[in-house]
Design a binder for this molecule. Sequence first.
Ligand code: CA
Length: 224
Amino acid sequence: MNVLVVEDERNLADAIVQILENASYNAEAAYDGRSGLRSALSGLYDAVVLDVMLPGMSGYEIVHEMRREGVSTPVLLLTARTATADKVEGLDAGADDYMTKPFEADELLARLRALTRRRGDVMLDEVAFGDITLALDTHDLTCGDSTVHLSGKEFEVMSILMSSTSRVVSKQDLLLRVWGADAEASENSVEAYVSFLRKKLSHVGSKVQITTLRMLGYRLEIFS
Ligand code: CA
């Protein structure tokens, strides 16, 4: 899961990134309001930890702009302020939860878990499409009585495809979300993993196939 941290106090931002990475999230930091908004609108993140007092643009403005653009990524607002009026303003702007600084790492992680659990498209135990289910804890892909285990990257690619069934996922998007922006991986890596996944889908006898749409990317389809 990818988390964006928008916080202008670099020490705090980097500490939060570290907490998240220790808890097996992928986390990236933005240190000002404008770049935070750009990243938040990219669609690459599953949750945003957002400071309120930021140079350039406040956290309230960022979350308001995200919602106006139709981006429903869960947002956890961070602020040093404790006044109830601020909390109401943040939630009114479209934030999902609110946490006052200073906070404990455990509280941050608990609130993030609660936020991402609440989302419709991030299931707790498994995701399903057509005749297949993918267990999020064991990484097992099941069709009827057949089960096959997915490797880490296979699992990440498959879970993105399965939670985006209504739209096409580009190679570039998969590359960024699974391998990260600065990895050595290329679109060939994406193609290789899609090919592994096709073999595994066929191995369990699924009617689900990963269709390549030229110049666009991939989509799951059900063939009978
Ligand atoms: Ca700040």
